[in-house]
Design a protein around this ligand. Structure first.
Ligand code: 13P
Ligand code: SF4
Length: 383
């Protein structure tokens, strides 16, 4: 188990701290080292063979064994910008999930090839909003008389949802610019349809824009009319899609209380994909880049309980041993799809590229690319 110099374990609420806690806490949360040390050398050699033709992007939730080969690491906003800023790279290898690789393909030239080392690295939240469901929702809104709605989609959505937003006067946002995107949207129209993460939408609307919880309704794509009346659809300022992140949805208000009881003065720092009742109890809320910056700038000896994906929290605990960094849940909580990208897949992708064979290329069709880029460019142009 990782224990920082301050003596507080990474799983402060886990094993040994709570005899009644649920099944699974016995796992110490350590991933085994890269299965074959020779793979590290093979990845290094393949990268060297590819030289400047290759650019590797790594999201903060990636495993350490993968992140060590990233030319740049970042949150989804930073990585989208980095992809757009590398016109010279022939191959962009995206160590992240499918929607991020799609965005990279949209923002790069046709001649550049974006590769996702494991095609099974998807995102359960992005899968919660399909194009057909969103089209149907749009018709429901029109029929209800809600005719000045601006669609905003979180980066964590498929390319065709981004294209839908581009085509219908909307934009993309990420967890680091959601407030600016919503402010922009309310300048364009009277209501916002926020896809697909209800928590980011609600947290931003209520905590950053000053709207009330009553201004928000949740549209359930599995129920007729989204489970809402025409009046509700017409009067709500925020129409939140019923989607969520299964990783961030695990953090609970009870864990916040427990931490405050056990570690007086602890700072609770969470990602805005967490539930509203967790975010309102936290001291600090922000994207993965914000989380890293906040811990980096914190004084030595300070204590932090962090509600985001475990690879990142573990990395922070290792980077700042003079601060106590703990995980804000009893149980081990990696993002299973992010974790699909492991060293064997990365080595396979890099060696294939070095041998002239493009594998797992992510391509978005030209029509979808056009409209998704409109939505992404609106985001990149936000003040
Ligand atoms: P950010 O990197 O934008 O904070 O997003 C977190 C996330 O869940 C990515 O899948
Ligand atoms: Fe999707 Fe959540 Fe995993 Fe991010 S952490 S890729 S939102 S499931």
């Amino acid at each position: 188990m990782t224990i920082t110099e301050t003596g507080v374990p990474l799983f402060a609420l886990g094993r040994g701290a709570d005899p009644d806690s649920e099944r699974g806490v016995d796992c110490p949360g350590e991933l085994p080292p890269a299965s074959d040390p020779a793979l590290v050398e093979r990845a290094r050699v393949a990268k060297e063979r590819l030289g400047d033709r290759l650019f590797v992007l790594g999201h903060h939730y990636q495993r350490d064994e993968v992140i060590q080969f990233a030319d740049v690491t970042g949150d989804s906003f930073k990585l989208a910008r980095e992809a757009a800023a590398r016109p010279g790279a022939e191959y962009i290898v995206f160590c992240g999930v499918h929607f991020m690789a799609e965005s990279a393909d949209i923002l790069t030239a046709d001649s550049q090839k974006v590769v996702l080392p494991d095609l099974a690295a998807g995102c359960s939240m992005a899968d919660m909003a399909t194009f057909d469901q969103v089209e149907e929702c749009w018709e429901v809104l029109e029929d209800a008389g809600a005719d000045r709605v601006v669609p905003i989609t979180y980066m964590n959505s498929s390319a065709d949802i981004k294209a839908f937003c581009g085509r219908n006067g909307g934009a993309v946002c990420t967890s680091s610019n959601a407030e600016r995107a919503l402010t922009w949207a309310f300048e364009q129209g009277q209501q916002v349809l926020f896809l697909p993460d209800q928590h980011l939408g609600r947290n931003t609307a209520v905590l950053e824009l000053g709207l009330s919880l009553d201004d928000c309704v949740v549209y359930n794509p599995h129920r007729p009319n989204g489970g809402l009346t025409d009046e509700q659809l017409k009067n709500a300022k925020m129409i939140l899609w019923q989607g969520h992140c299964s990783v961030h949805g695990r953090f609970s208000p009870a864990a916040v209380d427990e931490f405050r009881e056990r570690i007086p003065g602890v700072n609770i720092l969470v990602h805005p994909e967490c539930r509203h009742e967790v975010v309102t109890k936290a001291d600090f809320v922000g994207s993965t880049e914000y989380i890293i910056r906040t811990v980096r700038e914190a004084p030595e000896g300070s204590a932090w309980a962090i509600g985001t994906e475990l690879n990142l929290v573990k990395r922070l605990a290792g980077m700042f041993p003079g601060k106590s960094v703990s995980f804000l849940d009893k149980t081990v909580c990696f993002c299973s799809t992010m974790n699909r990208i492991d060293l064997p897949h990365l080595v396979w992708a890099l060696e294939s590229l070095a041998d002239g064979k493009v594998v797992n290329q992510i391509t978005v069709d030209p029509e979808t690319t056009h409209w998704a880029k409109v939505a992404l460019d609106r985001m990149l142009a936000l003040p």
